[in-house]
Design a protein around this ligand. Structure first.
Ligand code: SRM
Ligand code: SF4
Length: 566
């Protein structure tokens, strides 16, 4: 608990005065004098899944013309475990074309984002999302976010069970406030109360959590969710009779501030083992411990990772056991082999087929030569199964009957969605955050630049006979870590226009962070260094040795970087 002498952050005061996330959002929406909402409401709207942004490509020009920034909004829709129906896809597609910028963005947390929505269209967009039985509440804000899960429930009985537990957790931690319904769904003016409602937040309390909170479920050997990057994760442990339970990990997080050594990326610690029926209780205890003990006086220090580092893992362990009333069991052995997605068709035991497509950096669009947005719309119209959003910004066309495969393949090919067949393993293992022009925190290009940089690195790979080598590469426009760049074998973190910090040496399976090797370097310097290192790697690597591991064995990096306890 914060002591009375500690000064609360401005966001804490806004939350406390917000009447369970209402603030003056209704008034802000009605104010036609500005295309923005009131400043305090920009904090509260996040809890409703809405970020105020402005088009940064136009910012300077509008400033010169003495115009207010080109305000627009990003809407994030939650998709627990990434499972979405064709009807929901079609709804998102229509909203994107009608009220947003005509593209859909798949995120690194298996959710949807729409960009470029104007204030006057926010309500219609949110309503349409809810009509499709998706929602946006708690997609952002100081609450538990979209719960991630290895995305193919049909892959086995264990996958199904784990997915169901992930959904249960998602529902369990959804805020109870009726503000969301009042403001966005009930009336034109958003003032009617939900019948008989009396707000309370039994888990979060009136000021919610000190900071965002993230959960994920991984099913070894796949670590596609990057299990060690989250505040709380569960690693499924299977025995001969099926799912036995989960190893529980706590305190992962990626966010960093340039030049502030008190902030750092951190891999989650292993806490112990729990059975499936203990998951909700243990999660609630951990969330409440963070609610009561997280730092509410400094947002950069408010994630669970810092609470653990300040007080110790043992303290957390004891506190959890005190709250749940029993001892956590010892964690069990498991092995992860890789982080990314498995592309192409895959058959599951129920004789259904699933096709994982590569959507570079998660942007679904018809632009340039691409018709991927039209293609996925055409597929949604005929698909009898579902879409699965992956933790790596891709999509799986799932639950396809053998007899429908040819039709799906035809649509995929006709719309240029078959790039997974010919893209290099490097590209297929690449991820970039959104960055410019919408992200207000971006310092360098990311989504719009990584594809070009990958072209150039591919040429180096060809030069050194490494074109078949899978290497993970991730780029972010700032150090916040939205594409989990500190877990990539090649990580590029935006520092300024055209400038990146270069990180190397993470484990291919997501169990070791990379290390910063160069600060504020531009493209030519990045390529020159990679050229040298790839030449060395090509000549001296051991069979099946990953690039990140080679960086350590060859002495380019010193060992001692944090490794997950596996
Ligand atoms: Fe993120 C903030 C985009 C996953 C760490 N993130 C933002 C904002 C909302 C910028 C802002 O606050 O104004 C970005 C919106 C950009 C835009 O224009 O759309 C943004 N984050 C994203 C997405 C869309 C990246 C993507 O390309 O897919 C991901 C949406 C996930 C979702 O569906 O919920 C996204 N963000 C992540 C991840 C990865 C993950 O969760 O697995 C991280 C690192 C893990 C972590 O949380 O530690 C991440 N985002 C951050 C942070 C730093 C948090 C910290 O602890 O320091 C911020 C900044 C903040 O919260 O103040 C941030
Ligand atoms: Fe924006 Fe930074 Fe996140 Fe990229 S990493 S989306 S630039 S906050």
């Amino acid at each position: 608990m914060n002591t009375p002498s500690e000064k609360l952050t401005a966001v804490e005061i806004i939350k406390a005065n917000s009447n369970f996330l209402r603030g003056t959002i209704v008034e802000s929406l009605q104010d036609s004098a500005s295309s923005a909402i009131a400043e305090d409401d920009t904090q509260l709207s996040k809890f409703h899944g809405i970020y105020q942004q402005d088009d940064r490509d136009k910012r300077e020009e509008r400033r010169r013309q003495l115009l207010e920034p080109d305000y627009q909004f990003m809407i994030r829709a939650r998709v627990p475990g990434g499972v979405c129906t064709p009807e929901q896809w079609l709804a998102l597609d229509e909203i994107a074309r009608k009220w947003a910028n005509g593209t859909i963005r798949l995120t690194t947390r298996q959710a949807f984002q729409l960009h470029g929505v104007l204030k006057r269209d926010l309500k219609a967009s949110i309503r349409a999302i809810n009509d499709s039985l998706l929602d946006t509440i708690a997609a952002c804000g100081d609450v538990n976010r979209n719960v991630m899960c290895t995305p193919l429930p049909e892959a086995s009985a264990i996958h199904r069970q784990v997915f169901e537990i992930a959904q249960t957790l998602s529902e369990h931690f959804t805020p109870h406030t009726t503000a969301y319904h009042e403001i966005w769904l009930l009336s034109e003016h958003g003032r009617e109360k939900v019948a008989g409602s009396k707000d309370s937040e039994p888990i979060y309390g009136p000021t919610y959590l000190p900071r965002k909170f993230k959960m994920s479920f991984a099913i070894p050997p796949r670590n596609d969710v990057d299990v060690f990057a989250h505040d709380l994760s569960f690693i499924a442990i299977a025995g001969k009779d099926g799912l036995e339970g989960f190893n529980v990990t706590v305190g992962g997080g990626m966010g960093v501030t340039h030049g502030d050594p008190a902030t750092y990326p951190r891999l989650a610690d292993m806490l112990g083992f729990c059975t499936p029926d203990q998951v909700v209780e243990i999660s609630e205890a951990i969330v409440k411990i963070q609610r009561d003990n997280g730092d509410r006086s400094e947002r950069k220090h408010a994630r669970l990772k810092y609470t653990i580092d300040d007080r110790g893992l043992e303290w957390l362990h004891d506190e959890i056991e005190r709250r749940i009333g029993y001892r956590l069991a010892q964690d069990r052995p498991f092995e992860f082999t890789h982080t990314g997605d498995l592309y192409g068709w895959q058959q599951t035991a129920d004789d259904r087929w699933h096709l994982c497509l590569f959507l570079e950096n998660g942007r679904v669009a018809d632009k340039g030569g691409s018709r991927q947005m039209s293609g996925l719309r055409a597929i949604a119209k005929v698909l009898k199964g579902e879409f699965r959003l992956t933790p790596n910004q891709n999509v799986i066309i799932s639950n396809v009957n053998a007899s429908d495969r040819a039709l799906i393949d035809r649509l995929v090919q006709e719309h240029g969605l078959d790039n997974y067949r010919h893209a290099s393993p490097l590209r297929l293992n690449s991820m970039a955050c959104v960055g410019f022009p919408t992200c207000g925190l971006s310092m360098a290009e990311s989504e719009r630049y990584l594809p070009d940089l990958v072209d150039l690195i591919e040429a180096l790979l060809v030069k050194h006979d490494l074109e078949e080598q899978a290497i993970t590469i991730r780029m972010t426009g700032c150090p916040n870590g939205c594409a989990r760049p500190y877990l990539a074998e090649i990580g590029l973190v935006g520092k300024g226009p055209g400038l990146y910090n270069l990180h190397l040496g993470a484990a291919f399976n997501g169990t070791r962070l990379n290390q910063k090797v160069r600060e504020s370097v531009h493209e030519a310097e990045i390529l020159a260094l990679l050229d040298e290192l790839l030449a060395d790697y090509s000549g001296s690597r051991e069979p099946n040795e990953a690039f990140g591991d080679f960086m350590l064995r060859s002495g380019v990096l010193q060992s001692g970087t944090e490794e997950a306890a596996v």
